[in-house]
Ligand binder design. Structure first.
Ligand code: CDP
Length: 235
């Protein structure tokens, strides 16, 4: 599909409800840039783990993490023939490491730190300054790109989400149980919904997509219809 007007598409929603799958499929159809904003929060979490930025009680130490931000460089490299990116943290390819359970277990605590959010939000805005971008996350339609032409808020039944993430992790060789996956998702949802800055919230002008019973193709078709309507509206 080709369109001369390259809009901004924000996809927000709960953990493990298929946002990235949808965003990647849309990017491929539209030939847009795809950015997974969660991978940037995961990079900060990985940096904290590798540099032991924890307090005595074993929690991420926000003072140390804020001090370290100037040493954290995140970049993306498009994988040829694909609409995914490799994620680099200080020149090191961390695409796989950031998906591990130890990162998932602390990332949402780190995402509550205001300075971490402003550090990453300004980089996300710079990545999208020319349009033609699809970004998924929690606050993309509300904070990062409040003027995005299309905002989709994705949701799915918690049981379906836990099963999807469990199968995804199993395929990567993880030994996490479905109960562990479910409890991590519930923990992250709670932190994401209740934090003071950039909480997970449906933008007023977002379209809700509950994909509990939709296939990947069906959700893509739903989103493509919305893209068509937004592009026609804007021209
Ligand atoms: O893949 P999954 O949906 O489980 O999570 P993710 O998109 O990789 O994001 C990891 C974590 O980063 C989330 O649980 C949020 O706590 C945080 N995050 C955020 O606060 N704001 C964003 N725009 C994206 C992610």
């Amino acid at each position: 599909m080709e369109h001369s007007q390259r809009i901004t598409i924000a996809i927000d929603g709960f953990s493990a409800c298929g946002k990235s799958t949808l965003a990647k499929a849309l990017a491929k159809k539209l030939d847009y840039v795809f950015i997974d904003s969660g991978s940037m929060y995961r990079c900060v979490a990985l940096y904290a783990i590798e540099n032991k930025l924890f307090d005595e009680s074993g929690k991420p130490d926000s003072t140390k993490i804020i001090e370290a931000l100037s040493k954290i460089q995140i970049s993306f490299k498009k994988i040829p023939e694909s609409f995914s990116n490799k994620v680099f943290l200080n020149e090191q390819d961390v695409s796989e490491k950031i998906r591990m359970a130890n990162v998932a277990s602390i990332v949402s605590d780190i995402a509550t730190i205001a300075e971490v959010r402003s550090f990453l939000v300004s980089q996300q805005q710079a990545l999208g300054k020319n349009g033609g971008i699809i970004m998924d996350g929690r606050d993309v339609g509300t904070v990062v790109f409040p003027a995005a032409e299309l905002k989709i808020f994705v949701t799915a039944d918690p049981k379906v989400r836990a099963k999807r993430r469990f199968l995804e992790q199993q395929a990567k060789g993880s030994s996490e149980t479905i109960e562990e996956v479910r409890s991590n998702l519930a923990h992250r949802d709670h932190l994401d919904l209740t934090r003071a800055i950039g909480p997970l919230k449906q933008a007023e002008d977002a379209v809700v997509l509950d994909n509990s019973d939709l296939s990947e193709i069906e959700q893509l078709e739903f989103a493509l219809k919305l893209v068509g309507s937004r592009i026609h509206k804007a021209v």
